[in-house]
Design a protein around this ligand. Structure first.
Ligand SMILES: Nc1ncnc2c1ncn2[C@@H]1O[C@H](COP(=O)(O)OP(=O)(O)OP(=O)(O)O)[C@@H](O)[C@H]1O
Ligand SMILES: [Mg+2]
Length: 298
């Protein structure tokens, strides 16, 4: 039997866990609960008068919170279905006016951004703890009723959207807690989020996920993935065949992972490394094959 409100091909939904697991590494505590919530949303099992799913993603910087949101949105809806707002830009009284419009003749930012995403997708609100209390009130309405009333009287319906809020609340505790039991750490991070976001906001999220710090073996896996992807992309731009020494992966991990920023700088570091080798090859006459190796310090 087909569910009444089925929104996707079944293959897309049954393959969701594997597809996201290929892209998001080292977050196996988080992925299953997110996948289940998305499947419920797409199968029409959730309350039709609320967003299809609401998520609070907590954890240190550069561990996959945004990447997971981008990945599931692309997987379910394709390109251009994400509305992303950084709450650090909405910290003062005037923020509500910017978002909703200041008077009946002004179109608010939210309406403008939603007009571009064709009726379904994900609303991503980064650094949610920085939002002004009145902006949080707006979020409460969205989480509760999937509705926002703009200054010009129009009502925006978000019931075909997922809402993801991210925060680095208690991130330093997570980075420093080398030997803590995971469940203790999760409870601590959640209690900090509850206190900083107001308990009533925290309580509205259907799924609260605490992302883990990425250990060295996961960093290596991500470096390998990014390196293979950059080589694949370059292969489609030039005919040059690229291979690499396995020692390159730990070398690039050492170069691209930062103690506080995590794996965030890794992609740029890997892209620069591969492009430099291609550039030097092309400027030097252009061999049809190159082999990448770690560059020894001079
Ligand atoms: N778990 C992961 N698996 C694969 N790649 C990852 C993972 N975490 C981070 N990355 C890589 O690092 C980059 C930054 O990660 P992301 O934007 O998801 O960080 P974040 O958790 O949202 O951090 P912030 O709290 O600063 O917003 C990604 O674009 C991706 O290349
Ligand atoms: Mg992010």
């Amino acid at each position: 039997m087909q569910p009444k409100q089925m929104r996707q091909d079944l293959d897309v939904l049954t393959g969701l866990g594997a597809a996201l697991g290929n892209q998001i590494m080292g977050q196996h505590h988080v992925l299953p609960q997110v996948v289940e919530a998305l499947q419920d949303g797409e199968l029409g099992l959730t309350d039709p008068d609320r967003p299809k799913g609401t998520f609070l993603f907590l954890g240190p910087t550069g561990v996959g919170k945004t990447e997971l949101t981008l990945a599931f949105t692309r997987h379910l809806f394709g390109e251009d279905h994400l509305v992303r707002l950084d709450m650090s830009e909405f910290q003062n009284q005037e923020s509500v006016g910017v978002l909703l419009g200041r008077n009946e003749n002004e179109v608010g930012l939210i309406a403008k951004r939603f007009a571009a995403v064709q009726g379904q997708g994900t609303l991503l609100l980064d650094e949610i703890e920085k939002a002004h209390p009145r902006v949080l009130d707006l979020l409460l309405q969205i989480l509760d009723a999937a509705r926002v009333t703009m200054a010009n009287g129009d009502t925006l319906d978000l019931s075909e959207f997922y809402v993801v809020c991210t925060s680095n609340i208690a991130a330093s505790a997570m980075l420093n807690a080398r030997h803590s039991v995971r469940s203790t750490l999760v409870r601590f991070v959640e209690s900090q989020a509850q206190a900083q976001l107001r308990p009533e906001v925290f309580a509205r999220f259907q799924t609260v996920s605490v992302f883990d710090r990425l250990e060295y073996d996961v960093q290596l896996e991500i470096a390998q993935h990014l390196l293979d992807r950059e080589i694949f992309n370059q292969r489609s731009r030039s005919e040059i065949k690229i291979s690499y020494d396995p020692k390159l992966v730990p070398f690039l991990t050492g170069q691209g992972v930062h103690p506080r920023l995590g794996v965030r700088p890794l992609r740029g570091c890997i892209e620069r490394f591969v492009r430099r080798a291609l550039r030097e090859n092309l400027l030097g006459g252009g061999k049809s094959e190159i082999h990448l190796t770690p560059i020894e310090p001079q």
